[in-house]
Ligand binder design. Structure first.
Ligand code: SAJ
Length: 425
């Protein structure tokens, strides 16, 4: 089998390498010449455990190569970005998917399978991609096979999850589904679930929407408890003792390229019905303001001037700052100019991020934790003795160990700062 993968990013590259490891001849295509050069010379351009070694392996076995233009193949996989459009409901921008499909149309032959892995709005396969191919004279389900197979892997564990996770394969026709199943059977050990394209699209979107809506509920609870002076974290722990309750974890907002993006694809297709989904997005995007409001009350209480942010990434133990609420909080505090704001994140290598923890906290009045990196769980006393005020506001509730001279604030006790101007402590 010859496979051509369009898009060599977080999903396309590991997918290409995984097929190549399983004896498939893979041509990986990307518009970025730097990516192509790096990969062909044996260096990966994204961070992912095990991927570097796997690239060397498939280059040595001549099963993988990267190029600018696609070539004829038996199977084409499209794994290009689908950002939100800048319109009223932030609908799905299909332009990269459409140009990827257009680029392979001249290469298509009878019996070819085209798989879209990019996350797309519901009905995009039927309403947008299928007509594009039909216009070029192909009869879908007979001449060529068109499938949506959404990816479901978690960054940091992609190579393992590609093999072990269940896989949804949704064809335009049953024959298309059959063709898709044959492709993924190459290496998938999880269950391969057969369905149609629109069900596959919607189930992928609902997986992330489920999490977004549940996180919104936890975030809303936090706001309510803060107003009513109740410990929100204790409420969550208590309620979760019920065998059928699983309240999620509140935080500074929801980031990343999935949960903060995908729900809008549903809302924009059905804005009148998707009320709860839309509201959940609103609640989650309001969390940076809630955090900033708390920070201001803490700083007022101690007449503080310097804030040190711990963690800029959208979640813990990754280097990804896409759609990160931490970045939003950082830039808003900077713009407002009321305080000196420093950022410390061992995963983010930028010149505006302080690389040394002691420098980051020197003369600081507050450590504001916004990402749950393992490094932040314990506080070594020696690193912090130059702080002006030893205070931590932990929006992720992750700090487990700190010395007794610290004032520790989280979503369970932030309400104590509601009653200003009376000073807390
Ligand atoms: N978060 C909370 N509270 C929680 C859980 C998460 O505030 O209880 C926040 C995180 O801090 C982060 C955001 O939500 O800002 C998203 O993090 P995540 O770990 O839930 O998800 P992603 O975006 O890294 O990956 C998700 C995964 N989907 C699900 O778990 C349903 C992954 O399996 C998908 O492959 C990925 O989206 C995707 O590509 O769609």
């Amino acid at each position: 089998m010859k496979l051509c993968v369009i898009g060599l990013g977080y999903i396309g590259l590991p997918t290409s390498i995984m097929f190549a490891k399983h004896n498939v001849n893979v041509l990986g295509v990307d518009t970025n010449p730097n990516v192509i050069n790096m990969l062909n010379s044996g260096r990966i351009h994204i961070e992912e455990p095990g991927l570097q070694e796997a690239l060397i392996e498939v280059l040595n076995s001549n099963k993988f190569k990267a190029a600018k233009d696609p070539e004829a193949a038996d199977v084409f996989i499209v794994a290009v970005p689908t950002p939100n459009k800048n319109d009223k409901y932030k609908s799905c921008d299909l332009s990269h998917v459409i140009s990827a499909v257009e680029s392979i149309i001249p290469l298509l032959g009878k019996g070819n399978t085209i798989i879209i892995e990019s996350t797309i709005g519901p009905r995009s396969m039927e309403d947008d991609i299928k007509p594009l191919l039909e216009k070029s004279g192909f009869f879908i389900g007979r001449d060529i096979f068109l499938v949506h197979c959404p990816e479901r892997v978690l960054p940091g564990n992609i190579l393992n999850e590609l093999i072990e996770n269940n896989r949804i394969v949704g064809g335009i026709t049953p024959k298309c589904t059959e063709a898709g199943v044959a492709v993924y059977s190459t290496f998938v050990k999880g269950e391969i679930i057969e369905t149609n394209a629109k069900t596959a699209e919607m189930s992928k979107l609902m997986e992330n929407t489920f999490r977004d809506v549940n996180i919104a509920l936890a975030n809303e609870l936090t706001k309510i408890c803060s107003q009513l002076e109740i410990n929100a974290l204790e409420v969550i722990a208590m309620a979760n003792k019920h065998p059928r309750v699983n309240l999620h974890i509140p935080g500074p907002g929801v980031g990343g390229h999935c949960l903060a993006v995908d729900p809008y694809f549903i809302v924009s297709k059905s804005p009148k019905s998707a009320k709860l989904i839309n509201l959940a997005r609103e609640i989650n995007t309001s969390m940076p303001d809630f955090v900033i409001d708390g920070v201001k009350r803490i700083m007022e209480n101690c007449n503080g001037k310097v804030i040190t942010i711990f963690g800029l990434t959208y979640k813990g133990n990754v280097d990804d700052i896409r759609e990160s609420p931490a970045m939003e909080i950082f830039s808003t505090l900077l713009e407002q100019g009321e305080y000196e704001v420093r950022a410390y994140d061992p995963y983010v290598k930028k010149d505006w991020v302080v690389s040394n923890v002691e420098d980051a906290v020197e003369d600081s009045d507050l450590i504001l934790i916004l990402s749950d990196h393992d490094e932040f769980k314990t506080f070594e006393i020696k690193d912090y003795n130059k702080m002006a005020n030893k205070q931590i506001y932990d929006t992720k509730n992750i700090v487990k160990d700190y010395s007794s001279d610290f004032t520790y604030i989280n979503y369970g006790n932030i309400f104590k700062y509601n009653r200003l101007p009376v000073k807390v402590n």
